[in-house]
Design a protein around this ligand. Structure first.
Ligand code: PEP
Ligand code: MN
Length: 338
């Protein structure tokens, strides 16, 4: 249930109303927008009579929220959420570019790529230290040493770092040293992990599960937000379909759908969606055209010898050309790439 307040309701009146509603045994979420303020009710609202609330002189309207996700719901928060990470901004008018290798391999590798992508316009550096591989015999990432190297690259370039957490046992280190904690597709419904991430004051990049619906993705975001951490960035990275030509099928329609349903920023990962480097360019362009708030792209200086996902990684020079085109597309759809 949401309560839409009348324009310019005095703060004391809002607090008084919140106090009254809390007495009804539900949790309250206040969203103060430029146009209107909204009180969202979370919990069992079945015994609450909307007519009684509507009788309050400061209330414009009371509405039921059908969807099971509440804090992630656009009804709770009509304006786009904008998340700031250092100089980077995700959500709003700006389109944020995140780039870097699939995995951190060495100090030289990550630092060189970081410098390259920064020059081109990336605002954050990606790189896996812990890799969720299908085969236990594949390269599993450098682990905590990889995090050290990411920190060194951040020191060198000033780029905030985005990297994947695999288990709750890594929480302390990630909370301390990582700027945006990535939850990989395979962990999208690791609810214990999501609950712990909900206790942090740190942006979380939540990737859509391989076979997850949009609603399931939003419910996973809700897990994080329910704990108090509302800095969630959603990521469409392709889903599993009957098609085998591509690694996954990029669900471009998820972008406008999520923008309609939720206020959270949503970015696209064309690299894991396609699984082929030459598709990264057209899919990135399409993603910006349909309203994505950013892109996370695998860029490697030597894809042929990459320890992970070389076949879907683009070279820095390809990234540079791509970003030029993306700037034009962004302008055409009323956005910008700072
Ligand atoms: C990644 O971004 O490194 C990754 C493993 O992606 P996903 O979880 O989307 O497969
Ligand atoms: Mn990868």
């Amino acid at each position: 249930m949401i309560i839409i307040l009348k324009h310019k309701t005095p703060k004391e009146e809002v607090q008084k109303l919140i106090g009254e509603i809390e007495k009804l045994g539900v949790n309250v979420h206040l969203s103060e927008g430029a146009e209107k303020s909204i009180i969202g009710l979370i919990g069992d609202t079945t015994k609450i009579d909307p007519r009684k609330i509507e009788a309050n002189r400061n209330v414009e309207k009371v509405m039921h929220v059908q969807e099971p996700y509440k804090k992630a719901n656009r009804l709770f928060h009509p304006e786009d959420t904008v998340i700031k990470i250092g100089d980077a901004e995700i959500g709003g008018k700006n389109i944020c570019l995140i780039a870097g290798p699939c995995s951190v391999e060495s100090e030289d590798q990550i630092t060189e790529i970081a410098k390259n992508v920064k020059e081109t316009g990336a605002k954050m550096l990606r790189g896996g230290a812990f890799k969720p591989r299908t085969s236990p015999y594949s390269f599993q990432g450098l682990g905590m040493d990889g995090l050290d190297l990411l920190q060194a690259a951040r020191k060198n370039t000033g780029l905030p770092i985005v990297t994947e957490i695999m288990s709750t046992s890594q929480l302390d280190r990630f909370a301390r040293d990582v700027d945006v904690i990535q939850v990989g597709a395979r962990n999208m419904q690791n609810f214990d992990l999501l609950k712990e991430l909900g206790k942090l004051d740190k942006p979380i990049l939540l990737k859509r599960g391989l076979s997850a619906t949009i609603e399931e993705l939003l419910m996973s975001a809700e897990y994080i937000m329910a704990g108090g951490n509302e800095k969630v960035i959603l990521c469409e990275r392709g889903i599993r379909t009957f098609e085998t030509y591509t690694r996954n099928t990029l669900d471009l329609s998820a972008i406008p759908a999520i923008k309609k349903l939720s206020h959270l920023p949503v970015i696209v990962d064309p690299s894991h969606a396609a699984g082929m480097w030459w598709m990264v360019e057209p899919l990135s362009k399409a993603a910006v055209a349909v309203g994505a708030d950013g892109l996370i792209i695998e860029v490697h200086n030597d894809p042929a010898n990459a320890l992970c996902d070389g076949q879907q990684s683009i070279k820095p020079e390809v990234f540079e050309n791509l970003v030029k085109d993306l700037r034009n597309i962004a302008t055409a759809v009323g956005r910008e790439i700072k």
